[in-house]
Design a protein around this ligand. Sequence first.
Ligand code: FRU
Length: 326
Amino acid sequence: NETGPAYRIAFSQCTGGDLWRQTMLSDMKRALSFHPDCSLLYEDANNSTEKQIAQIRSLARQNIDLLIVSPNESAPITKAIDDVFRQGIPVIVIDRRINSASYNAFIGGDNVEIGRLAARFIGNYLKGKGRLIEVTGLTGSSPAQDRHQGFTEVMRQFPAIKTIATFDGHWEKDSARLLAQRQLPAFQSADIVFAHNDVMALGMYAVCRRNGLANRLPFVGIDALPGPTGGMQLVSDGILKATFLYPTGGEEAIETAIRILEGKSVQRENVLNSVQVDAGNVKALKTQSDKLLTQQRDIERQSQRIAELTRTYLTQRNTLSIMLAS
Ligand code: FRU
């Protein structure tokens, strides 16, 4: 389109560093490749709530048609999103929630339910008895709050399982690794570790392995990403006893954005399903998800090639019209 993109979509991401967020972004870009008239303005807040608030405010001043946002923390970011929404810019909230109704659509997993699923798995795995450590995501973010809520709710059915510690691992591998180093005695006396995501589980696993604990201390995570470093592989390698699929919603967010921009109606709450991945089903699920990943990479390569060819064609056409005019 020579007159510039028809729609400007802004995406404010709380952090872009991990595989899950990178997957979300490529899911979005793949969906966007079918809409070459849309552009994406992308800002990564690098886990900083203040930075994200500033980025949201700055994006809203850049003549955008819609804002997609995954808020680092719910409460402190709500106001900035309220302001954008009141300005008349449609808002899609993805993965992490805000504390107000200032959005056209929410897209994300059911984190309360995922917490419940994790508790049921752990309850059965420990046969109803043992000592547990829960390592939450950033406590100001809604998935950490919801996963914890669902988890504790079901854990009440297992009175002989004692939670010996609950730590905030901030969603990050490095913070979880440091935490495990500092709290090693707790890990030495635990029977299982429930981490709110796979990367934190992996960080803690590394510390436990160095301290001779890995063979005896089981880990459970969340995300179940495909690929060589994803949670599917970790279950298949026996590093995690289970993980739970947490879809990124990237593709759905773009599809919803396009519908809103085209004036079509959208569903307000869009819950993406999860599934338990454990030793019993990991082989089948991993084969499937790895295949999907390959297909997605193919689509990405093909759409890049089409974009290149379109650029070449446009330059050649310009050259030709200049030649013909002279
Ligand atoms: C990625 C991540 C995921 C987690 C999600 C929760 O940044 O930490 O691992 O499931 O965010 O919002």
